[in-house]
Design a protein around this ligand. Structure first.
Ligand SMILES: [Zn+2]
Ligand SMILES: [Zn+2]
Length: 138
């Protein structure tokens, strides 16, 4: 899908910064960390602006957070082919390759409901599998 249309669909005003960031995700096709997006967009978008862009994309359901390891987080495009509304049905598992470091969405693998103690309310859940991707396993 065109980046312009994706922004419009998520009620995000079109700015050159937003377009550059969105293009990175569309072209790369995998989860990206803040630092990786920064490297890809270069000087076109400064650090603070990039932070705000990623935040607004997440709020509007254009990106979702992906756990990467203990300390960092990546972002991935939400699945717009299957997801009509963005009431975050992005509760799928993710896979991180320990060799090349790529993190990909396992969109077909929903995270199962984990029972929680009475009175607890779950707002988000993350499941990260680790191993070797199909490129690295050979
Ligand atoms: Zn790999
Ligand atoms: Zn994902």
């Amino acid at each position: 899908m065109q980046p312009e249309r994706l922004l419009k669909k998520h009620n995000l005003r079109k700015t050159s910064g937003r377009l550059s960031v969105l293009r990175c995700f569309l072209e790369y096709g995998k989860a990206l960390s803040h630092g990786e997006v920064q490297d890809l967009v270069g000087k076109k978008v400064d650090r603070v602006t990039l932070y705000r862009i990623l935040q607004s994309f997440e709020e509007k359901g254009l990106l979702h957070k992906v756990p990467d390891d203990q300390v960092s987080v990546k972002y991935a495009l939400c699945d717009h082919l299957h997801n009509v509304d963005h009431a975050h049905s992005d509760n799928h598992a993710h896979f991180k390759c320990n060799s090349c470091g790529d993190t990909v969405c396992l969109e077909e693998s929903a995270i199962p409901n984990i029972p929680t103690p009475k009175g607890f309310r779950v707002n988000e859940s993350f499941l990260l599998l680790g191993g070797l991707c199909d490129q690295c396993v050979r």
